[in-house]
Design a protein around this ligand. Structure first.
Ligand code: PLP
Length: 384
């Protein structure tokens, strides 16, 4: 299935799979709520597609990094609760208040947010973030009492409403590491300090996908899950299938060329790959301009139900696969890079490229058209 615009490649996005995966995660974490992380264009699946599918699957909240991402959803008429957590000096907090978008706050934002609330005559909804060890956003435990005191004061003045307190884990994808326990300990301490200041929000949240799936003691009132709702395993040693997750992105292309080459033939820039016997090479019109990492070596693809592997360097627009000596593949034959029923996971491409499935799916480029299948509205139309 290729798109109408004649593009040689397509990312097929299965909205039903996203909805299913949200339901699966919800089962793991019940009674905690589920926030679907749809930042970075829904991890490459399309931000609006991902948001609508996640809500159809029962997500209670949506999570974005940038405020602009949250605003994009509001512009599409999505009125579910949204939290945006990564701001800069230029972030328009006033707009967030106007559009009912909750704001993650490390500390420095508080006065600006309160100012915006004062001007709007309407309280801002914030979630205070405690840095329990990741060292990214959030107040350190040393700065925390001051941040909480400041928030409490703004709350008394009716300028903010503290809806949540949250943190983010550093090593939850490695369930045996003790640092997650240490982070949980700091989180509990932060909650108790907040309580002493009279700040007791209804939403305490900490868990990302790996913690949601492996640490019930980290579920609190809500989990924030991204990679798992796209049907990807957050663990290096567990498949998505074993977790009950269905990959939501299938990357397909078609062979743009096929040729026989003699033994000794070098392949692609640098001639880093040489065939040791006569073989057939196929050309896949996807490259690093489409998000297939240049560094990937021996990435798998499925052609005519046979697995073959990329040969030589991935270029900007294309890579070559070694189809083997007895291949009868033709120009135009379908290529599945990962997903669908190919048996190839984005994680395998991650391994070939010294990265993780998260990066592979998220970086599939804008040149690859997304074709959304099994949308919730379609399902309703079919069954209704
Ligand atoms: C991206 C993100 C998540 C989701 O992480 P996954 O591992 O994809 O589930 C949760 N919380 C924060 C703060 C994030 O930035």
């Amino acid at each position: 299935m290729n798109s109408a615009d004649g593009s040689p490649s397509t990312a097929i996005i299965d909205a039903e799979a996203i909805a299913h995966n949200v339901g699966t995660v919800a089962e793991y974490v019940r009674p905690a709520k589920v926030m679907a992380a749809i930042k970075a264009d829904g991890y490459g699946h399309g931000i609006v597609t991902a948001a609508r599918a996640a809500l159809a699957g029962g997500a209670d909240w949506l999570g974005t990094a940038h405020l602009s991402e949250a605003q994009q959803l509001r512009a599409e008429g999505i009125d579910a609760p949204i939290l945006a957590w990564l701001h800069s000096r230029d972030t328009d907090f006033s707009a967030a208040i106007g559009e009912h978008i909750d704001l993650g706050v490390s500390g420095w934002e508080l006065d600006r947010i309160a100012e915006a609330a004062q001007a709007r005559q309407r309280p801002a909804r914030v979630h205070l973030k405690i840095d329990t060890g990741l060292s990214r956003n959030g107040a350190t435990i040393e700065a925390w009492p001051e941040v909480v005191a400041q928030a409490a004061q703004h709350q008394r003045h009716g300028l903010i409403s503290v809806e949540g307190i949250f943190t983010h884990f550093a090593v939850a994808d490695e369930p045996d590491r003790k640092e997650t326990d240490e982070q949980l300990e700091v989180f509990r301490e932060a909650l108790s300090i907040a309580e002493q200041h009279g700040v007791v929000p209804a939403l305490r949240h900490a868990a990302n996908s790996p913690a949601a799936l492996s640490r019930p003691d980290a579920h609190f009132d809500m989990v924030r899950v991204g990679v798992s709702i796209y049907g990807q395993s957050p663990f290096a040693d567990r498949t998505a299938e074993s977790l009950g997750l269905r990959p939501a992105m299938e990357l397909r292309s078609t062979l743009a060329n096929v040729k026989r080459v003699p033994a000794g033939q070098g392949v692609s820039y640098g001639l880093t790959y040489r065939v040791d016997a006569p073989t057939t090479l196929g050309l896949v019109p996807l490259g690093y301009g489409d998000g297939i990492p240049r560094i990937a070596v021996g990435g798998p693809v499925l052609i005519n139900r046979r697995r073959c592997y990329s040969a030589g360097r991935v270029a900007m627009d294309q890579f070559v696969v070694d189809l083997g000596p007895d291949s009868d593949a033709q120009i135009g034959d379908e290529v599945t890079v990962f997903g669908g029923d190919s048996g190839i996971s984005a994680a395998e491409w991650g391994a070939a490229a010294q990265t993780i499935n998260y990066e592979i799916i998220t970086r599939i480029g804008a040149r690859v058209p997304r074709v959304v299948i099994n949308q919730p509205e379609e399902r309703l139309a079919e069954t209704g």
